[in-house]
Write a protein that binds this ligand. Structure first.
Ligand code: NAD
Length: 366
């Protein structure tokens, strides 16, 4: 079975779906690997790195023509699809709910398409979960961005010129990104506090050395392992519990999201007015509406001496590691869908069912 790896054409994309290391593992498993020329160049992987592991490097047209399975990170676009035919299996993110036209074009081709962004968030699928692997890097990068924007350093430093107190970092939302942000800020020597609506995150935050800020709430604030929308009562109690730490913080990283909804506002303008001059807020939920009342996506706003940076932090900015993790996710997914290099999928099985969007030209998920 020939797997074709295409160079990403999406504006600003720097990652590649399969790295030389994972190409080697797929070849060891019995697959043939065809890579488009230059596919890994923006992630620091050279064509010669792929050749060294016995992958074949070819022009784009050849990869499209010969690949039985075609891999990309970003959705195949209309230009790509002109080169696809019905015997082919496409694997990429598809965002099928917001891309009905694209899904229709794939169906019209009679092709089969799986979507990596539709991997269900169940324990069994953890090693295929591209949202998690990329969010983890965003948590790390948020701290590095914060360090760059702050006018202070993180660690306690005793020098002959005096002692520098450590910076105080506050993290809202202890999911995948929040946990990595805690670990990174802690490693850099900050005093770290964190809060989450899901009480089960207390142990996880504490195991990484953060102080967990508990909110005295009654009633269940999460279901099935995910946050529910907070009640007004919870939001009020959260402010009471967190305000002291918020007003002392040098860096605040917000990552709070509720699946399928607008992000909750956790820092109002009124609270911001009481924060320290020079504090920095990195709002990772900015694209979902923001956890800070004044934040705007892809913008830096300074108010009352507080710098509010609304950003999704793109894993493309750490494209080598982001590609490594993404490629490992895809490897695990391909192993899940195949038996001895032949596709043998079970439509009754949850991961396959959720991710198979178009099957031999038939749209399965809208
Ligand atoms: P997310 O991006 O949806 O949200 C980030 C965090 O914000 C969550 O921890 C959430 O509880 C928190 N939050 C929401 N509203 C809040 C509020 N009002 N105040 C404070 N915090 C609030 O989360 P995520 O990173 O996708 O992870 C959520 C959970 O899913 C975690 O337990 C994670 O381990 C789990 N998960 C499981 C899998 C899997 O099993 N395959 C994959 C990814 C994540």
């Amino acid at each position: 079975m020939k797997i074709g790896i295409l160079k990403e054409t999406f504006d600003g994309e720097r990652r590649v779906a399969i790295t030389p290391n994972i190409a080697k593992q797929l070849i060891a498993a019995g697959f043939e690997i065809l890579v488009e020329e230059g596919a890994g160049e923006h992630s620091s992987f050279k064509d010669s790195d792929y050749r060294e592991v016995d992958a074949v490097v070819e022009k784009r047209g050849v990869v499209f023509h010969e690949g039985q399975v075609l891999l990309k990170i970003n959705p195949f676009d209309e230009e790509d699809l002109k080169l696809v035919d019905k015997r082919q299996i496409l694997i990429s993110k598809l965002y099928h709910k917001s891309n009905p036209q694209l899904i229709q074009t794939i169906a019209n081709k009679g092709a089969t398409a799986f979507s990596m962004d539709a991997i269900p968030r169940i324990s069994r699928a953890q090693d295929m979960d591209v949202l998690s692997s990329q969010n983890n890097l965003a948590g790390y990068k948020a701290v590095i961005l914060g360090a760059f924007e702050m006018t202070k350093i993180f660690p306690l430093m005793m020098t002959s010129a005096g002692t520098i107190a450590p910076s105080r970092v506050l993290i809202y939302g202890i999911g995948v990104a929040g946990l990595q942000a805690i670990a990174t800020a802690k490693r850099l020597g900050a005093v770290v506090e964190a809060t989450d609506i899901r009480s089960e995150t207390k142990e996880q935050a504490e195991s990484l050395g953060a102080k967990f800020i508990s909110v005295d709430n009654e009633g269940e604030q999460s279901e099935g392992g995910y946050a529910k929308e907070a009640s007004a009562e919870y939001a009020k109690k959260q402010k009471e519990a967190v305000n002291k730490s918020l007003f002392q913080a040098d860096l605040v990283i917000t990552t709070a999201n509720i699946p399928g909804r607008k992000a909750p506002v956790l820092i109002t303008r009124e609270q911001l007015m009481q924060m320290k001059n020079g504090a920095v807020i990195i709002d990772l939920a900015a694209a979902q509406g923001g956890n800070c009342e004044i934040s705007e996506n892809n913008k830096t706003i300074v108010e009352n001496g507080v710098k509010v940076i609304g950003t999704s932090i793109d894993p493309r900015s750490v494209s080598t590691n982001a590609s490594d993790l993404y490629a490992k996710n895809i490897y695990n997914y391909i192993m899940h869908l195949t038996k001895e290099t032949t596709f043998e999928w079970d439509l009754e099985e949850e991961i396959t069912d959720e991710t198979l969007i178009v099957h031999d030209g038939e749209i399965r998920k809208n």
